[in-house]
Each structure stands twice: as C-alpha cells, then as structure tokens.
Design a protein around this ligand. Structure first.
Ligand code: SF4
Length: 258
C-alpha cells in the first residue's frame, strides 16, 4: 500500500506510532519541510518508525447473515428515518432526548458502525460527536476520506442511560434499522468500532482482541473490526493497533475495488 505524506500527517496528529517504509518517511520529511519557511526547514523532524507495515493478514471467515428478519427491511430512506424517530420498540425511547439515526453519504463505500449514542450524540441527534467523534474523524482522514464521504450509524438509535451496555432485547428491537441502513447504503466495507458493535453485528461473543486482524463477512460484505474511539482516548497506546486495523480495511477495500 502506498502511504502518502498527507495521510501520515494525520497519523502523526493522532499520535499513532506508525511503521512505514523509509521512502514514505522521507516523503513526510520533505512535505513537512516544504510547509515551513526555508529558515525553519532545517529544524523539521518527524517522529515515525521506519520498518515494515504490520497489517494483519486477510483471513476471511464464514459468511454471516443478518440475524433478524423484519418488516423494516422493506422501508425506504424516508420511511426508515421516520420509523426511527417515532420508535417506541424498547424502553430507551422514554429516556432519550433525540433518536440518533445516522449521518453521512447514503452512497458511501465505507460504513462505520458504532455502539449507541452517548450524551453528546443524544443531545445533538448525530452519531460520533464530541471528543470520540473528533478522533473518529481523524481515523477517517487517515484512510484518505472525509467524514461526509462515509456513512456512520450505531447498533442502537437511542442512548442507554449512563452509557451502559445495550441490553440484548434492545439490540434485538433496534438492529433491523441498522441492517436496513446497510442494505440501502450498500457499502463495500463495514468498519465496526468497538466490541459492542462488532459482537452484535457479527452475532458472536468473541472478544474484540480476537475479532481484530481478520476480515469477517456480513453476507458478502467484508467487515473489519477496530477499537472504539472513546476507548482509544482512554488507551492511546492502542492507537497503533487501530492503525493496523485501518490498514487492513484499506487493503480489503483495494481488494474489493479491483
Ligand atoms: S433504541 Fe432502537 S428500538 Fe429502542 S426505542 Fe430507540 S430506535 Fe426504537
């Protein structure tokens, strides 16, 4: 995979410790030098490790089908959004401020799937805002895209009180909305961020550490798992692994596109 200087700048901004080829590192140094006045260029230094890419190998697993069949599967975008806004299928509708439907391009090639709205998302009615949202945006930039290029949605559309884990019955009630969003967007790749999103989408209780590093399937669609940005904010040392996941996702996307 070609690593360009533009992308490396975002990784550097994320404090992600990235292994890159010597040529790519030199490219960053040149780009950094070109972006500062000549009198300062001699002092430019870029903190990247030079070595081999550490992307995990592609290891497709058995296809998984959506576990829930629902009348929601027949809805169009307008009907689906209206259904979520009016939804009372689980108790979370009583405590939410706003349903959080999803955001981004409805023709996206990448779809990011998270867990559930937090306080900021509940207040604004949009997924991944606040600090975790900013980090997700940076992760999206790191793969060469903008937030508006991808579609972002959660397993749950309403906030669980105190950010507790979703209850199984809440997921059962809500996940048909997500499955329909996936069908309507028809992305080439699903990027699951966090254990809850990955386990519920893939219908497994396998720990996230074992779900990472391989390409799963939802139907014929590839699924790559990485850490939730909120976790990465608490555990910045894991950002390097998250970058490996993004490299796997980019490699997978290249394979899909070719
Ligand atoms: S979480 Fe999902 S199923 Fe529950 S009320 Fe909200 S939209 Fe409906």
């Amino acid at each position: 995979m070609t690593m360009d200087a533009h992308r490396l700048r975002y990784l550097k901004a994320l404090d992600i410790d990235v292994w890159v080829s010597r040529g790519a590192a030199e490219e960053v140094v040149r780009a950094e030098a070109a972006s500062v006045p000549p009198e300062q260029a001699a002092n430019v230094s870029v903190n990247v490790n030079v070595g081999a890419q550490h992307a995990a190998p592609l290891r497709p697993v058995e296809p998984l089908q959506p576990s829930v069949v629902s009348p929601v599967a027949a809805l169009d975008w307008f009907e689906l959004e209206a259904a979520v806004k009016a939804c009372t299928k689980c108790a979370l509708h009583r405590t939410r401020k706003n349903p959080v439907f999803g955001v981004g391009s409805r023709h996206a090639q990448w779809m990011v799937i998270g867990e559930a709205p937090g306080a900021d998302e509940d207040a604004q009615g949009e997924p991944f805002v606040g600090r975790a949202g900013q980090l997700l945006n940076s992760m999206i930039k790191a793969v060469g895209l903008k937030r508006e290029d991808v579609y972002i949605a959660n397993i749950l559309k309403s906030r669980p009180p105190n950010n507790r884990d979703p209850a199984p019955e809440e997921v059962t009630a809500c996940i048909p909305y997500l499955h329909r969003q996936i069908e309507l967007v028809n992305p080439k790749l699903l990027l699951c961020v966090g254990r809850i999103a990955a386990q519920n989408l893939l219908n497994t209780d396998t720990p996230i550490g074992k779900l990472r590093g391989q390409v799963h399937r939802l139907g014929n669609r590839p699924v790559v798992v990485t850490y939730h940005p909120a976790y990465l904010l608490r555990s910045p040392g894991e950002k390097r692994r998250a970058w490996q996941d993004l490299v796997l996702a980019m490699n997978t996307m290249q394979g899909v596109a070719s």
